[in-house]
Design a protein around this ligand. Structure first.
Ligand code: G6Q
Length: 549
């Protein structure tokens, strides 16, 4: 059993050092080191990362690297790349990096090279995507398919939905793409609103093919299709494809396995969108641009795998996350993309980070006594500036923020991009340096208002800047966060690759559905409900209101 991380000298040194750092101010750190803003920067494959406006000194960084060494982050990283079953509670390898490995690479799981399989499925996806894009995939009535509805939830939805929004500019515009995830019928009915069933293809994405929400939506999709096309069951073959690891269940649902795209149990749901789970994205942007995206992922994978710790971007940023969560008491982290196309990126990262590192026992099953994953939240700037940035600037909480921006807009013209990016830069400057009471008073502000208009500053930000948001850049960004999450988990000695926390609610919901649908309940009788008093009352109230209809 490894030593508990908080009992190591490296951890203790950081805990002691944190008190000293709390007394420092970014104003002084920048004043003392004219080079800080260029020195504390890193680059990976064209992504420029400025971490100088974080609450760290050179000593903090040295202590964090020592902690990484003590925790064996690089050994654990190597074990991941080697296909070892590092997801111990599910006894699985963790090989999303194989999904973007070039065909020339060899990555083994249980002695079998998985790279040829990955490329076989990519080729199958490309062939299918081409046929849809070129109008060669026709529906039951012979009409060209031009609407694609992705049905999936969690890891089978958030990635492709986020990436489609991000790369819409690169998509084929005569195709309509929509995403359905929620079991709330409103999601499904809005997604198919205005679509012609004869021109609509459903891509049902589910690793297990047993997820309640997805199967319920897929069933409604089949009913909608068959109603629209006169009830001929054979229409399903032309209008449904599946992405899954479970051939049997796909077949049971009525989808021809010939129309199934496979992936593997060594790909975690939230790490899967560059597998066949990205099929609808590939239909939108085409196989070539999808492959460019994989190239971006791979470049960052290689960087994470080979770069020395001090220059290793995901490692450095992961260590900063640990610093804020475990030593400086930050409860949350804001993701602030200055790109409207990345509107769904914070939601995507919410799953990536919170499902991965929202854990409270170590790999050995012992309770942790340190804080782990932060609450991740955010929305695109500049909208957030007119809403919740107030709290970040003047509230009582420490909220480390990631600012993500691009030098060139997809849509050139007007002043939009310069105005957008002026705000990006101004916010990071204001957060770091603030405005002192003396500066406010010197502007002639009445004394009583000075405290209200003073900005303490010293609020940490990391700036990530790229030339342009392209498929490649998106791949880089996602891989950067994936490995950052990996780094956090390795330090915290937790399993970042399971998600048992989602199970209990699912199991209870199954039981409560029976309560809601039992004939005794439907007839208005009061059956014995066997939950706690609050749950019983909620069920009864729901039933009473529902049956008013
Ligand atoms: C991700 C999780 C989870 C999963 C969904 C959908 O890591 O495992 O979000 O992706 O529950 O599961 P299926 O793909 O099996 O439907």
């Amino acid at each position: 059993m490894a030593a508990r991380i908080d009992e190591t000298p490296e951890w203790r040194a950081l805990a002691a050092h944190a008190a000293a750092v709390k007394a420092l101010h970014l104003r002084d750190l920048f004043a003392a080191d004219a080079e800080r803003g260029t020195r504390l920067t890193l680059e990976v494959d064209g992504l420029y990362v400025d971490y100088s406006k974080n609450l760290v000194t050179d000593e903090t960084l040295a202590l964090l690297f020592a902690l990484a060494e003590r925790a064996g982050v690089t050994e654990r990283r190597d074990a991941m790349f080697a296909g070892e079953p590092i997801n111990v509670t599910e006894d699985r390898a963790v090989l999303h990096v194989a999904l973007r490995a070039p065909a020339t690479e060899r990555i083994e799981v249980d002695g079998i090279d998985v790279v040829p399989e990955v490329h076989r499925v990519l080729a199958q996806m490309a062939d299918f995507a081409d046929r849809v894009r070129e109008g060669m995939w026709t529906g039951h009535t012979g009409k060209r398919v031009r609407n694609i509805v992705n049905v999936g939830i969690g890891g089978s939805d958030l990635g492709p939905a986020m990436a489609y929004e991000a790369l819409r500019h690169f998509s084929q515009r005569d195709l309509t793409l929509r995403f359905v995830s929620n079991v709330d019928a409103a999601d499904f009915w809005e997604a198919v609103h205005g679509l012609d069933p004869a021109e609509t293809l459903f891509v049902v994405c589910s690793k297990t093919f047993s997820t309640l929400e997805t199967l319920t939506n897929a069933k409604s999709a089949r009913d909608w299709l068959l109603t629209g096309l006169g009830g001929d069951e054979s229409a399903v073959a032309k209008h449904f494809v599946a992405v899954s690891t479970n051939t049997e269940r796909v077949q049971e649902f009525g989808i021809d396995p010939a129309n199934m795209f496979e992936f593997w149990d060594w790909v975690g749901g939230r790490y899967s969108f560059e597998s066949a789970i990205g099929l609808s994205l590939m239909i939108a942007i085409g196989a070539e641009q999808f492959s460019e995206m994989l190239g971006g992922f791979h470049a960052v994978d290689e960087h994470f795998r080979n770069e020395m710790p001090e220059r290793n971007v995901p490692l450095v940023l992961g260590l900063l996350d640990v610093w804020y969560s475990s030593f400086l008491g930050a409860q949350s982290q804001a993701i602030l993309p200055y790109s409207h196309s990345l509107a769904r990126f914070p939601a995507y990262l919410q799953q990536l980070e919170m499902e991965s590192n929202g854990k409270s026992v170590t790999l050995d099953g012992e309770p942790v006594s340190w804080d782990t994953g932060a609450v991740v939240w955010g929305q695109p700037g500049t909208n957030g500036q007119h809403a919740y940035y107030q709290l970040i600037h003047q509230g009582t909480r420490l909220v480390p923020c990631d600012f993500i921006g691009f030098a060139q807009a997809a849509h050139a013209g007007g002043d939009h991009q310069d105005l957008l990016m002026a705000n990006f830069v101004a916010q990071t400057e204001a957060l770091a340096f603030g405005k002192t009471g003396a500066e406010v008073a010197a502007e002639g502000v009445p004394t009583s208002q000075v405290p209200h208009r003073t900005f303490a500053g010293n609020r940490p930000t990391t700036s990530i800047l790229a030339e342009r948001l392209t498929p490649r850049t998106l791949g880089q960004l996602v891989a950067l966060y994936e490995h950052r999450v990996f780094t956090q988990g390795a330090i915290w000695q937790i399993n970042s690759f399971d998600q048992w926390g989602v199970e209990l609610g699912k199991a209870l919901a199954k039981r409560i559905v029976l309560d809601l649908q039992s004939p005794a309940l439907k007839s208005g009788a009061t059956p014995a409900l066997e939950h706690d008093s609050s749950t019983n009352a909620l069920i009864s109230k729901y039933r009473e209101l529902r049956d008013l209809r």
